[in-house]
Structures are given as structure tokens and as C-alpha cells.
Write a protein that binds this ligand. Structure first.
Ligand code: XIL
Length: 441
């Protein structure tokens, strides 16, 4: 979650918003796994994408029986779908900016509606029309997407998706965009081809989002430098999207290589570790991250964060493994003139290995401005400190003009936001070794 808040400007739930996860029985809903995340994303100024209202997978396990027991199964399905949309989209109206209304309506490897899809089995393509109309009624401000998998990699499927979008638009369905998942376990197209594909969608007047990008390591493992090759491929994906103004966002399916779904998904688990993301399993930035950032930096279109320079002192912090021991670290945040100092929201401040969830938030105190023109904030934090060697510590926050503030400083210590349980186990032996070497020296 720390990575998400400090490195990204948009977030989505991987599973928690799916119908089967939300609803244990017809008409019964439990939002306990959803609300805290939405509150958090909002608090830190991230956009929220809603994923997903109707997907044949992860549908409620009671749905089939419920339809079988109904005198008119098609009518019962329409009714349940409407209730679902009103309950969920209505609940988050104005807060969830984009919805993947319908997920994967097409057959996995082809251009037609999936033959084994319960929704299209009952209602044909009408289920898509109904879902979009109901979502638009429940939140007229939300951007509504049709989300599909493998379309970038399989040309016939891509044509099927375009044809479906054209039919929906011709019928006046409130479709605003196409989500392209971007699970590239099938080879990704090259940069120019991908850009052409995105332009085809833009030509229909639709937005595009890359909604679930991952680029597994096995594509690159035969290369002399696999992570460099992966970075190049990530650069292509970012460049293709950024070159098309209608492509408004890129979402990775997971934050770091330690939690990719590909490692447990049947087809791809054999390639474990798939290492498909921008951050490694320790939350450190990979070459792919820097390739993506280079593309973002090269476009004026990317949502900018406020320029800020972060100074963390001392660079080599005193460290104790003992979680009770609190060390103090001073943080200086500098920015250009004209930024309103008082407006920094330090709530998002967090240091540490991103994989470690903050058990208790760091205590920020001594917020202080001392008259220096470009000094936005100076404060110290107290927390449990954990030495893991050279790394980056990052500060993020929000300005009162709406921009997000982010900056990192190289430090020789990771300053933990509370230590994760696994972390000391992995790190302690290494630290002891290091200490012994220091003593020997
Ligand atoms: C995946 C999740 O990541 C897994 O945790 C879950 O077991 C299965 O679903 N296409 C989608 C996503 O639209 O919702 C899927 O997410 C990945 C494929």
C-alpha cells in the first residue's frame, strides 16, 4: 500500500469489488473489504478505478442456482444485474471515476461472445447494453469501460472487440472507453503496432486505458540482460499509450513482483517467479520502472506531481532491530517558490521498504517553517528503524492546489513504517553478516 500511495496516481481493487466477493447471497452486500481502500486512495488524491461489475469468472456462487430456480431466468438475471449496479455504482457515485462495467465478454482466443458466459448465455449481447445503461443511470459522471483481455496480442480478437464496440455505440449504449488488460503472457505487439491499435479505438471516439499490465520475465529470460529487455518492453507499452491522447491511464496488475497474480494463476504459475512488474519483491525500483518513468517524463501529458526535493538527515541513521526503539530522522522538503507551505498534507509520509505494511503510521512532528524561501517543511519522525543498506526513502503528500508531492532521497538506511513480520527474518542474517564484516574491517 505504501508503494501504491507513493508511486502511483490511480488505484484499483484486484478482487474486492467483484460481484462474487461482494455478495454472499442474492441482494446481500458486504463492503468491508472495499471502503477502507477507497477512503485511503481518496485521502491521498489517487484516482479510483472500479473493477469490475460483470465478469463470468468470480461471479457469485449462488447465481446459477438462483437463475435455475426462477420461473423466468432471463428476467431474474436482468433484475439481479440492475440491483447489483444500483447497489455498487450507486454507493460510490462521484467517487469511482471509471468502471470496468463488463469484463471479458469475448471468447479467450477469438472474436465472438464467449460461448460459456452465463450472462450472454441468458441474454446474449443485451447483457452488455443493460449493464452500461444501468451504470450510467446510477452514476452519470462515471466513465464506463468495456474491459477485455489479450486483445492487443491477438489480431482477430482485436477486430472482434472493435466490432463489438461499434455495435454498442450504434445502439446508443453509454460506452465511454475500452480497457485493454495487457496481461502480456502472450507476446506484446511492438510499439508501432500497439499505437495503431490504440488509435483505432480512439477513432471510434472512445477512451482507452491499459488496465492490467504485466510483462512476465519468461519472455526475456533468454536475453543477455533480461531485466533490461523487460524495461525496453515496458518503455514500448508506455510510449504507445502516451502517444495517443485518448489513452488516459496505465494500471499494473499488482504493485510489486512479490504479489503478482501470475505466480498463482494456473497457466503462468509454472514460470514462477514471473517478476512482471515495475518493482521487485522488496519494493525496489526495477529497470522497467525507470523505462516507464523516462517515457512519462518525456510527455507533457503525464499527470505531474509537484517538484519537490527531499533531504533526509542523517543519511546514515542509527538503527536498532528492536521495534520499541524510536530513532529520530529529520526531513526537509524543498520546492519552488510560490507553493503554499501550509498546504502540505503529510499524511502520506512513509519511509521504508514498500513491501512492509505500516503497522503503525510514523509519527510526524515538529512541522516547522523556518523562513527559508524554498523550504516547504521540516519535520522529524520517530519510528522503528531498520538498517538494510543503500536505498531510497520517499516522501509523498498533497498540495492545496491539488497536485501530489513526491520526492525521494538516497539513504543508507531504510526507515521502516513499522516492520513487517517477514522482513526481519529475511534481513537479520544479512545484517549480522554485514556487521561482522564491519567488525573485521
Ligand atoms: C485475477 C486476480 O488477480 C486473482 O487474484 C484472482 O484469483 C483471479 O482474478 N483479468 C481480470 C482480473 O480482469 O480481474 C483478473 O484478476 C486477472 C485477469
Amino acid at each position: 500500500i505504501v508503494l501504491l500511495l507513493t508511486e502511483f496516481t490511480s488505484g484499483t481493487h484486484e478482487n474486492a469489488l467483484k460481484w462474487g466477493e461482494l455478495s454472499p447471497a442474492p441482494g446481500v452486500y458486504d463492503f468491508n473489504d472495499v471502503d477502507p481502500t477507497i477512503d485511503l486512495l481518496e485521502e491521498y488524491g489517487l484516482r479510483v478505478r472500479g473493477h469490475t461489475l460483470f465478469w463470468n469468472m468470480q461471479r457469485p456462487d449462488w447465481l446459477e442456482d438462483e437463475l435455475a430456480a426462477a420461473p423466468d431466468s432471463a428476467d431474474r438475471l436482468r433484475e439481479l444485474m440492475r440491483v447489483h449496479v444500483q447497489t455498487v455504482v450507486g454507493r460510490y457515485a462521484g467517487r469511482i471515476e471509471q468502471w470496468d462495467v463488463v469484463n471479458e465478454p469475448l471468447e479467450l482466443g477469438g472474436e465472438n461472445l464467449a460461448p460459456d458466459n452465463l450472462f450472454s448465455g441468458e441474454l446474449g449481447e443485451e447483457y452488455i447494453d443493460l449493464a452500461f445503461a444501468a451504470a450510467h443511470a446510477a452514476d452519470p459522471t462515471a466513465q464506463l469501460f468495456l474491459n477485455e483481455t489479450l486483445a492487443l496480442s491477438l489480431p482477430r480478437k482485436f477486430e472482434g472487440l472493435i466490432a463489438l464496440a461499434e455495435r454498442l455505440l450504434a445502439r446508443g449504449v453509454p460506452l465511454h472507453g475500452i480497457g485493454l488488460q495487457g496481461h502480456f503472457f502472450v507476446d506484446p505487439p511492438d510499439r508501432a503496432t500497439m499505437q495503431e491499435q490504440l488509435e483505432r479505438i480512439a477513432d471510434l471516439g472512445l477512451l482507452i486505458e491499459l488496465t492490467e499490465v504485466d510483462l512476465p520475465y519468461f519472455h526475456f529470460q533468454a536475453q543477455p540482460d533480461p531485466f533490461a529487455a523487460q524495461a525496453e518492453s515496458y518503455g514500448d507499452v508506455f510510449a504507445a499509450c502516451l502517444a495517443v491522447p485518448a489513452c488516459t491511464g496505465i494500471t499494473m496488475w499488482g504493485t510489486d513482483d512479490g504479489n503478482s497474480w501470475l505466480d498463482s494463476f494456473l497457466l503462468t504459475s509454472v514460470f514462477r517467479p514471473n517478476r512482471p512488474l515495475l518493482f521487485d519483491a522488496f519494493g525496489q525500483r526495477k529497470p522497467a520502472y525507470f523505462a516507464a518513468v523516462a517515457e512519462l517524463a518525456a510527455t507533457p501529458r503525464a499527470r505531474r506531481v509537484a517538484d519537490a526535493e527531499i533531504d533526509i538527515e542523517p543519511r546514515r541513521a542509527v538503527n536498532r532491530i528492536d521495534p520499541q526503539s524510536a530513532g529520530n530522522v529529520t526531513v526537509l522538503v524543498r520546492g519552488g517558490a510560490g507553493l503554499d507551505v501550509a498546504a502540505i498534507d503529510l499524511g502520506a509520509l512513509c519511509f521504508g521498504p514498500a513491501g512492509a505494511p505500516p503497522e503503525s503510521p510514523p509519527i510526524v512532528r515538529d512541522l516547522d517553517r523556518d523562513g527559508e524561501a524554498d523550504l516547504l517543511a521540516k519535520f522529524s519522525i520517530a519510528g522503528s528503524l531498520l538498517a538494510v543498506g543503500d536505498t531510497q526513502a520517499c516522501v509523498s503528500g498533497r498540495m492545496n492546489d491539488g497536485r501530489r508531492l513526491r520526492g525521494c532521497d538516497a539513504v543508507q538506511t531504510v526507515i521502516g513504517c513499522g516492520m513487517g513480520v517477514e522482513l526481519p527474518l529475511v534481513l537479520v542474517p544479512w545484517m549480522l553478516l554485514r556487521r561482522r564484516r564491519a567488525i573485521a574491517a
